[in-house]
Design a protein around this ligand. Structure first.
Ligand code: AMP
Length: 203
């Protein structure tokens, strides 16, 4: 499939995946990253890795992740600044960042410094109750595979994460719509169907 608007090899560009917890951002971002040779940066994965390694940061944020609240903006912004500073080409898909207006503003400044434009912000739209079901199911499947489930993949924390999303992250929808970057996508259905829709909106 050729597409004049899709990422071009070697050129700095940034895609931001927006959507509530459980919408499937991680999986879809992964697929897009491998198709277009972009680096996926998942802040949830990075933070969970700190917790697993029991780094000083990990010890500080473990209770926050468990509660479903957000880790403070300054920590996230420093973390992303570090990651981007070490890249030759800024060809990136963000999964789970930014999550607040303060993070979005800081990211804009950083990307301007680095000369890396945001090319699209796909928004995965999924009804709230379906999201809770998916998260609870993800936790159950991890247990079934003999793995330790994410500490926040349970119904109580899922509901809290949803409240936090509506309060802190939803304002980013208007923020990116106003800049012409927002690409709403129906996030219901099979992974392949949703991926097809994402690919279409990026065209
Ligand atoms: P996720 O895997 O994206 O659902 O993130 C899991 C948890 O990590 C969230 O519930 C937050 O506690 C924390 N987290 C991940 N990304 C961010 C972010 N951009 N800002 C603040 N906290 C975050």
């Amino acid at each position: 499939m050729t597409n004049k608007n899709m990422p071009v090899q070697g050129r700095n560009q940034v895609i931001i995946f927006l959507g509530p917890p459980g919408a499937g951002k991680g999986t879809q971002a992964e697929r897009l990253a491998s198709e277009f040779q972009l680096t996926k940066i998942s802040t949830g994965d990075i933070l969970r890795d700190h917790v697993a390694r029991q780094s000083p940061l990990g010890q500080q944020i473990a209770p926050i992740l468990k509660s479903g609240q957000l880790v403070p903006d300054d920590i996230l912004i420093a973390l992303i600044r570090d990651r981007l500073a070490n890249m030759d080409n800024i060809r990136v898909i963000f999964d789970g960042f930014p999550r607040t207006l303060a993070q979005a503003g800081a990211l804009d400044l950083l990307l301007e410094e680095l000369g890396a434009p945001i090319v699209a912000v796909p928004l995965l739209e999924v009804p709230d109750q379906l999201l809770i079901d998916r998260i609870v199911e993800r936790g159950r499947q991890a247990v079934q595979r003999g793995e330790t489930p994410r500490p926040d993949d349970n119904e109580e924390t899922a509901r809290e994460r949803q409240i936090v999303y509506h309060r802190e992250t939803q304002p980013l929808i208007d923020y990116y719509a106003a800049r012409g970057h927002l690409k709403p996508v129906d996030g219901e259905g099979s992974m392949d169907d949703v991926y097809g829709r994402i690919r279409q909106t990026l065209g």
